[in-house]
Write a protein that binds this ligand. Structure first.
Ligand SMILES: Nc1ncnc2c1ncn2[C@@H]1O[C@H](COP(=O)(O)OP(=O)(O)OP(=O)(O)O)[C@@H](O)[C@H]1O
Length: 306
C-alpha cells in the first residue's frame, strides 16, 4: 500500500469539469490525520468518454438517451454519478464498459479506444441474483471471468486470486457454498469479489446496493470504501441515492434529464476515512447533498416530454 501523505490540498474542478475538460492533477483531499489519509488521486486520466451520444431505435421510434457527454476520470478516483430517473445512467455505464456501442463519440481507457468488453473494465450490476451463476460454487463464480479471459494464469493462481478476492470482501471460508445459500448482501459481495479478482483498471458499478436492505447497504458502502482505500482502484458508481453518492465519492457528476448531458460536477472535499454517522452529520456533507439534490430535482422539473 502507498504511504499516506501529510500534504493536504483541495482543488475545486467544478468549472472546468462542467465544460467537460476536467484535469487530473494529483489532487489530495483532507484527512482526519496523516496516518489515515486516503491515497492521492493520480495525475493520469484512465477513463474518458468523449462526445458520447446514444440513440436507441430509428425514425419515429428513436429515443436519444445520451445527448453529448464528455468527462474524465483520474487514476484512483471514486466518481459517483447521479441524475433523474430514466435520464440515461445505465446507458452511460454500458457505453463506458463496451457492452453498448455509442451512436457517436468515443470511450478511451488509458488513452485507447474501447470497442470490446474486455479492456480492463469490470461491471457490477444491481441484480446480483441474475449476475451470479446458481449452479456454480461461490469460488467458481469468482474464477469464471478469469478462466474465460485470455489470461495465462495457472489453475492454482486463479484459485488463489479468487480466495484473496473473497477474503477482501469478508467472505473467507464460503467459497464452497452456492450463491443461493447466501443472503442478498453476501451475494452482492460475491459479485464485487468477482470484479476485484479481475483486477480491473476501472470498476463500474450500476446501483449495486439498490436491492439491499438498509443495514446490508451501509455495510457494503463501508466495505467499498475500504476496498477503494486498500487497492487505490478507480471506481465509477451510479446511484439514485444522493447521500450515498456524496458519502462514497471524491466527486459527484450530476446528469441532466434525458437526452442527458453533464449538468454539474461537485468535488467532495470531505475528510477520509469516512464514517456513516460522523461524516453524514458534518455541515459540509449536508451542504453537498443539498446542492446535489437541488440539481437533480431541478432536472426532474424541467424534464422534456417523450
Ligand atoms: N434497449 C433500449 N431500447 C430503447 N430504449 C431504451 C433501451 N434502454 C434504455 N432505453 C431508454 O433510454 C432512456 C435511458 O434509460 P436508462 O436505463 O439508461 O436510464 P437510467 O437513468 O439508468 O434509468 P433509471 O433511473 O430507471 O435507472 C430511457 O428513456 C429508456 O426507456
Amino acid at each position: 500500500m502507498m504511504r499516506p501523505s501529510a500534504e493536504l490540498t483541495v482543488i475545486r474542478r467544478k468549472e472546468v469539469a462542467v465544460a467537460g475538460i476536467s484535469e487530473c492533477r494529483g489532487d489530495k483531499f483532507p484527512s482526519a490525520s496523516s496516518e489515515t489519509a486516503q491515497q492521492p488521486i493520480g495525475s493520469t486520466i484512465v477513463l474518458e468518454p468523449r462526445h458520447l451520444r446514444v440513440t436507441y431505435g430509428r425514425g419515429s421510434h428513436a429515443v436519444t438517451a445520451i445527448a453529448d457527454i464528455t468527462f474524465q476520470v483520474c487514476a484512483g478516483e471514486f466518481l459517483s454519478i447521479v441524475g433523474p430517473s430514466g435520464c440515461g445512467k445505465t446507458t452511460l455505464l454500458k457505453s463506458l464498459s463496451g457492452l453498448l456501442r455509442p451512436t457517436s463519440g468515443d470511450v478511451l481507457v488509458n488513452g485507447t479506444r474501447v470497442d470490446t468488453t474486455s479492456q480492463g473494465l469490470a461491471m457490477v450490476f444491481q441484480e446480483y441474483t441474475r449476475s451470479l451463476l446458481p449452479w456454480l460454487s461461490v469460488r467458481a463464480n469468482v474464477e469464471f471471468p478469469l478462466r474465460g479471459s485470455r489470461r495465462t494464469d495457472s489453475r492454482k493462481a486463479i484459485e488463489q486470486r479468487a480466495n484473496e478476492a473473497l477474503a477482501e470482501v469478508g467472505l473467507h471460508g464460503v467459497g464452497d457454498k452456492y450463491p443461493w445459500q447466501l443472503s442478498g448482501g453476501m451475494q452482492q459481495r460475491v459479485a464485487i469479489a468477482r470484479a476485484l479478482a479481475f483486477r480491473p483498471t476501472v470498476l463500474l458499478m450500476d446501483e449495486p446496493f439498490a436491492s439491499l436492505d438498509a443495514q446490508a447497504r451501509s455495510d457494503l458502502e463501508d466495505l467499498l470504501l475500504k476496498v477503494h482505500f486498500e487497492t487505490g482502484m478507480t471506481i465509477v458508481f451510479v446511484t439514485h441515492d444522493i447521500d450515498e453518492a456524496v458519502y462514497l465519492g471524491d466527486r459527484v457528476v450530476v446528469l441532466s434529464h434525458r437526452p442527458t448531458e453533464v449538468k454539474a460536477s461537485l468535488d467532495v472535499d470531505l475528510p477520509r476515512p469516512r464514517n456513516q454517522i460522523e461524516t453524514k452529520t458534518l455541515h459540509r456533507f449536508v451542504e453537498l447533498r443539498t446542492e446535489a439534490l437541488g440539481l437533480v430535482l431541478a432536472e426532474r422539473s424541467t424534464e422534456a416530454p417523450d
